[in-house]
Design a protein around this ligand. Structure first.
Ligand code: DGT
Ligand code: CA
Ligand code: CA
Ligand code: ZN
Length: 561
């Protein structure tokens, strides 16, 4: 299989990063990071380019072109291997810490001998970092905070991985089972998988031992295993009392604690088996969650809201908000075709849209990018628009002719205004220079929001779950700017992104900002990620009116005008 553009870009970027940690020539470093950005945005496979085409890419000279050839042929190159051998491997994970870049890593390494996260934490705790010239106590605190954040996020799965493992488990269990825990609540990342089953315990333990990597713990009431390197807890329950068990294991912990308080006020005790009357000692059991909620005098709380963020009071007062659901979604607002880095033709996309029952799909291929030779420029966008109109003559799902423009490091966009204006809708996103300081990044993004042709800010924090923290963007200021300019903020539903996340969605919604759910689909199965975006919107307390996806195509075009 040919090496993908993304993989080539990743390795070139790694060379740039390692050069920087090694303190080599800034021009050479810049050449590699620039070449990586360009390759990442190429509209065609880099493996299909001739040596001449390669060298015509800005930033790619003869030397880098040779290394790209080596990477395509062997998966690596001599320069990369030399740099990897010269750099302690523990330094690379430091780059994933918020606010820590290659320059900082170099100084920590050369001046303090830091060679990994543990050494860094020890250096910070013994106050050696603040002693470095230009670092100070604040930087030291920030580093400790970033380490704590990283530890908390470490080892968490994205939703796609968690769903895949949960499906393998429920398929193996010889009876009915239900997913609980954070996976059921729709969180963007999942620590471990929780399942409740009414299948017979003995057979279930046998079946799970067959498919598990290891058994962590097993007993009368539960079995905990690892599968695919991840933990899963399976709890046994009787059909007659599964209501309380599902509530308990769905959580969140904070929500459970609140429910116990409410039970206490009614002279009852709530646990995973049911409600016990304190006076008589009688245990009331419930075959459904609704039964438990009703006995507590509450409206049933949708799993996505169970975080103790005001939903308990609302459910007691009968005032839960109306929530968006998948049936209200009329279309997907972020899809890539083979015109940029996707694999689907426009016709394929229209067919998939029909299958999903959509009225429309917004085509958002990458725009030309940073002076790149092979991207979608104004001319190719116009050609694509003509093909879109042709597909629309026969398809029942309308393709809207959009674009995903880059927000360049200085806040300008990668397409001229006239080309943006010609689009049906414009998504603008950050795809480079992710490590800008907070103020620079915030101004950069706000500059894009202030462009009257930009309708949606794509994946606002640009995080990649488990790989790259969000940018240092000040979300509060961005939300204010989105409100002032009427720009929508994206809920990117790709399990690798989940960006914006729930708390920010809620802040935006409360400020009157509209959200736009997009799957960022590049391949057919990814259309189904819409459900992750809907779950995130629900976790942000969004109703049908808070997202663009519930509007008709005409309403979207009208809004743009
Ligand atoms: P995760 O796995 O970190 O993504 O998050 P959860 O919410 O799935 O947490 P997990 O797997 O530790 O526990 C599953 C549920 O069990 C949790 O949502 C609520 C319940 N639970 C766990 N520990 C406690 C506890 O100490 N007290 C109460 N009331 N409930 C708990
Ligand atoms: Ca869990
Ligand atoms: Ca668990
Ligand atoms: Zn993007």
């Amino acid at each position: 299989m040919a090496t993908s553009n993304r993989e080539v870009a990743r390795l070139l970027g790694e060379i740039g990063t390692l050069l920087e940690i090694q303190g080599e020539n800034p021009f050479k470093i810049r050449a590699y990071t620039r070449a990586a950005e360009q390759i990442d945005h190429l509209a065609e496979p880099v493996s299909s380019l001739s040596a001449e085409d390669l060298e015509a890419i800005p930033g790619v000279g003869e030397a880098i072109a040779g290394k790209i050839q080596d990477i395509l042929n062997t998966g690596t190159c001599a320069e990369l291997e030399r740099l990897r051998a010269a750099t302690p491997p523990g330094l690379i994970p430091l780059l994933a810490l918020n606010g820590v870049g290659p320059k900082t890593v170099r100084r920590l390494w050369t001046e303090l001998g830091v060679d990994g996260v543990e050494a860094l934490e020890a250096a910070a705790r013994s106050r050696r970092i603040r002693a470095l010239k230009g670092f100070g106590a604040k930087k030291e605190d920030d580093i400790l905070k970033a380490i704590a954040e990283a530890k908390e996020g470490a080892g968490r799965m994205n939703r796609a991985e968690a769903e895949r493992l949960a499906a393998a488990l429920t398929a193996a269990i010889p009876g009915d089972s239900w997913v609980a825990g954070s996976l059921r609540r729709g969180r963007s990342t999942i620590g471990d998988i929780d399942i409740v089953t009414t299948a017979p315990p003995r057979e279930t333990r046998l079946a799970l031992r067959q498919i598990a990597d290891t058994v962590i713990d097993e007993g009368e009431r539960k079995i905990s295993v690892t599968i695919g390197g991840r933990r899963a807890d399976v709890r046994f329950a009787d059909p007659g009392s599964i209501g309380a068990m599902l509530i308990y294991l769905t959580g969140s912990k904070a929500f459970n604690i609140r429910l116990r308080e409410i039970a206490g006020r009614k002279e009852m005790r709530l646990n995973e088996y049911g409600l016990t009357d304190r006076g008589s000692g009688n245990l009331l059991t419930f075959p459904t969650e609704e039964g438990v909620f009703s006995a507590l005098g509450m409206n049933p709380v949708p799993p996505e809201l169970r975080e103790d963020r005001g939903e308990v009071e609302a459910a007691l007062g009968g005032g839960l908000p109306p929530l968006l659901d998948e049936t209200g979604i009329r279309g997907d607002l972020h899809v890539h075709s083979e015109w940029s880095d996707g694999v689907l033709s426009l016709e394929d996309i229209a067919t998939e849209g029909e299958r999903m029952g959509y009225e429309y799909i917004l085509i958002t291929d990458h725009a030309a990018g940073i002076g790149i030779t092979h991207g979608l420029d104004a001319e190719r966008l116009e050609k694509q628009r003509q093909e879109i109109r042709a597909v629309n003559r026969t398809a029942s799902c309308t393709l809207l002719a959009g674009v995903e423009a880059d927000i360049l490091p200085d806040g300008r966009l990668s397409l001229p205004d006239a080309a943006l204006e010609a689009c049906d809708l414009v998504v603008a996103s950050v795809h480079s220079a992710f490590r800008q300081d907070g103020d620079t990044m915030t101004r950069r993004v706000i500059a894009a929001l202030e462009n009257e042709h930009v309708d949606i800010l794509g994946h606002p924090t640009a995080r990649l779950i488990g790989h790259r923290p969000g940018t240092a963007l000040d979300i509060g200021r961005v939300i204010e700017a989105a409100a002032a300019t009427g720009t929508a903020l994206e809920i990117n539903a790709s399990p690798a992104r989940m960006d914006l996340d729930d708390i920010y969605i809620r802040q935006a919604k409360e400020r009157g900002v509209i959200l736009a759910i997009g799957t960022d689909t590049h391949r057919k199965p990814e259309f189904a990620h819409m459900r992750y975006g809907v779950a995130l919107a629900r976790r942000g307390w969004c109703g049908p009116n808070d997202v663009l996806n519930t509007r008709t195509a005409d309403a979207l075009l009208e809004r743009r005008r």
